[in-house]
Design a protein around this ligand. Structure first.
Ligand code: EPZ
Length: 430
């Protein structure tokens, strides 16, 4: 089983190129099913989740050609089924996106229920509510979401909670429905906007993405397109917080600073210096970090996907901080692991009360999920001595070449698959 072995102590210094957004790529790859023509996608991250989704759509006859590590050509003109049975797709949350895409185009889809990181209940009632409002029948049977419609007709949908997945799924189905659909209380995340831009580049008529109200005027057919995915807000934020945790000086390149506003605001509050240019952001952390309070919220609030990363930083700040998780109820699973490294964190319900310690100590730890795994790596990068991080498959779901990018910033980290390799690393690093 693959692990990272890390010798902490080096501040991260240098520049890191941020890849395409995983959470934009996943719906965009699914939405490529909505046209019979060819779609060319650039800046696609080469990570587990995108690769699983590509394999799943290939399994129903979609032609997928990788034209480069980050570019793919997709043609769904000749699919042989609207039923995805691919086993692997159950492992990812984005399993639900082909449902909205195929329901829109073929008025029918059967797709396994989504999996993904175990960070909370992750209901799909709002997806189902949206599909039904458009006129589809939806049943869940034998682990599949089965949905079918004679016709989809535009309607007014009020989302009971702000959901990225439900907003995206309903937007896809509505793009090929008859008439106009209005989604109220829509999610405003950058990846929701990116999907709307992608669909509009194929001739869809979607207005208001990025606000609470999205208006979708259905069209009959979508042609192909060429599209470049936006940079990954969370990958960028993770490296920015890694700079803060390791008292480093890191410039994240190829980012959209607007998407990082809530992240940079918190970094400044805890005492980091930030320099912003058109598509770069430099984070310099030279002093002990200051405590703060933070609550995760839908965009433009502080992202839940950055909660473990900020907590790792605050657990080394001088004083007490409070972190409130308002999106997922099970997103503090990393606290036990961080405690092994000397952190002082008390979790009460959806709140973590963090009393900063001066440093972390090395330990053998496990990544409990994607973002928490990445955050624990940043803690190990600043701990004295050698740490081993287990279950890195979670991290590789959403970070491309994480250890290589960290190595380029001066981190002593290696991806290993045996005890022998760990020993070799220890001998080499000393
Ligand atoms: C997306 O998950 C992301 N995943 C998550 O990123 C991210 O944490 C989350 O949005 C919030 O930003 C992908 O894009 C693949 P939601 P999603 O629907 O769509 C409740 C990462 O680390 N809810 O916005 O599943 C739900 O329980 C991952 O990259 C319902 O109650 O999240 C949660 O409390 C982890 N009913 C809240 O809404 C529904 O029908 C937000 O969920 C749908 C959601």
């Amino acid at each position: 089983m693959e692990q990272y072995v890390i010798k902490g102590g080096n501040p991260l210094v240098g520049e890191v190129e941020i890849g395409g957004s995983k959470n934009a790529a996943l719906p965009i790859l699914a939405a490529a099913l909505m046209t019979d023509e060819t779609v060319y996608i650039e800046n696609m991250p080469d990570v587990f989740d995108t690769n699983v989704l590509l394999k799943a759509i290939e399994s129903i006859g979609v032609i997928v050609k990788r034209t480069g590590r980050h570019s793919v050509m997709i043609n769904a003109g000749n699919i042989n089924s609207v039923i995805i049975t691919d086993e692997n797709i159950k492992k990812i949350r984005a399993a639900y996106y082909p449902t909205g895409a195929m329901l829109g185009k073929y008025k029918e889809a059967q797709v396994p229920l989504p999996g993904g990181c175990d960070i909370g209940c992750r209901a799909i009632d709002q997806h189902i509510k949206g599909f039904k409002a458009l006129g589809a029948d939806v049943v869940i049977e034998h682990g599949l979401i089965k949905t079918k419609a004679e016709r989809l007709v535009g309607t007014h949908i009020y989302m009971d909670c702000v959901s990225v997945g439900a907003t995206i799924n309903v937007m896809m189905a509505a793009a090929l429905a008859e008439g106009t659909t209005i989604i109220e209380n829509a999610a405003k995340e950058p990846h929701v906007v990116d999907l709307a831009n992608f669909l509009n580049s194929m001739g869809a008529n979607i207005k208001g993405a990025g606000t609470d109200v999205i208006r979708i005027k259905g069209v009959v057919k979508l042609p192909g397109t060429e599209y470049t995915i936006i940079p990954d807000q969370i990958e960028a934020g993770t490296f920015m917080f890694a700079a803060a945790v390791t008292k480093g000086d890191v410039t994240v390149k190829n980012v959209i600073p607007k998407h990082l506003e809530s992240i940079t605001a918190k970094l400044m509050e805890i005492g980091c210096e930030i320099e912003e240019s058109d598509d770069c952001m430099r984070v310099v952390a030279s002093k002990r970090l200051k405590p703060t309070h933070v609550k995760t919220l839908p965009y433009p609030g502080f992202p839940t996907d950055m909660q473990p990363q900020i907590a790792v930083a605050l657990a080394m700040a001088q004083g007490t901080s409070i972190v409130t998780e308002s999106i997922f109820e099970n997103r503090f699973k990393y606290v036990d692991e961080l405690t092994k490294m000397g952190a002082n964190i008390k979790v009460e319900g959806n709140t973590a009360i963090i009393t900063g310690v001066s440093h972390y100590t090395n330990a053998n730890i496990q990544a409990p999920d994607l973002r928490a795994g990445a955050a624990l790596v940043t803690a190990a990068l600043t701990a004295d001595g050698f740490s081993v991080v287990d279950e890195i498959r979670f991290i590789e779901r959403g970070y491309e070449d994480f250890h290589l990018k960290l190595q380029n910033l001066g981190a002593q980290i290696e991806r290993v698959s045996s005890e022998k390799e760990i020993q070799k690393f220890k001998l080499r690093i000393g």
